[in-house]
Design a protein around this ligand. Sequence first.
Ligand SMILES: [Zn+2]
Length: 355
Amino acid sequence: MKALLKNIRDTYQARAARRLLGRMGGEAKGDATAQPLLILMYHRVLPEQDERLAFEEPGMYVTPETLDMQLRTLQPLVRFVELAQWVRARREGRPLEGGDGRLCCAVTFDDGWLDNYEFALPVLRQHDVPATIFLATGFIGTGRTFWPEQLNRLLKLAAALGPDSRAKGSLEHFISSAGIKPDSSRYANKEYAAEVIAACKQFTDAQIYQFLDDTFAHLKQDSELSVNTAEEMLDWHQVSAMTPTFDVGAHTVNHLRLNEAANPADVDAELDGCIEAIHSHLGSPPALFCYPNGDVSDYARTAVEQRFAAAVTTGNGINQANDSLFALKRIGLHEDASNTPEAFLAKLYRGAGAS
Ligand SMILES: [Zn+2]
């Protein structure tokens, strides 16, 4: 029954989405400098049978088939543009070349996942769709992975550990202090892992990485489990090979959340270090920025405005002519909510804030 209602709702909202996208494109035709923009937000692209999915949150990926379907579904409805080109035209107050009465749409990928090279690049090339990838440069070519993925992996490994394990003790102490009740029987469960990750966002990144480093060290000493991680992030050769289909934007060095807890010197270092890394590896500095986790303090906002031409958030919506270039809204897409054309368009409709 629930599935049936969802289908009815999706069909209705998908139809509304087609009308909305058509109308917004038409409005832009009247005033070509006031070009609204739909931005799609992706993270990972992984096939359903890929073992990397075992350690991933459900909201973090689409399959290559789903990405292909989404681009095919949108192709007649929108005009795919490179985000940096749209930003340049907006800043210069001129219309974007080649306007054809369809709503502009930019595609973005966050973080710098290796799977973007393996699975997103071929699909984008096939459809001739440009994209922007926002790199957390401290993870590019270094073998490091982000704390949510490490924590997910640790939970799965801990499910197989005995009660005397120091690593398990350390994990349970940490998640208790985050306000989550340790429950060994649910460690391998994705929903439980998502709860733990959400709760841990109250800690600073430094605290979380310290805990993970200590706990993985215990695990290596105490158990026979293989704790080595597969390469998950891009290296700079792959990043180079992804241009010009991908334009490269900045996403800090260490994926630091730029909220009130981040001190100003760290914010500056994270932004400058990221710009410097991209500039030195690719030959030109990034024009665009993406706030990690969507967090931004007043200080960080000003620091970003001083260094970049525009910045994207995790806030939902379609960008209108007078919206700020430093808080560009995006609609996040993931496999669960958008793996059929109807569900995908319905998700866009809801993300546009039109429902
Ligand atoms: Zn990110």
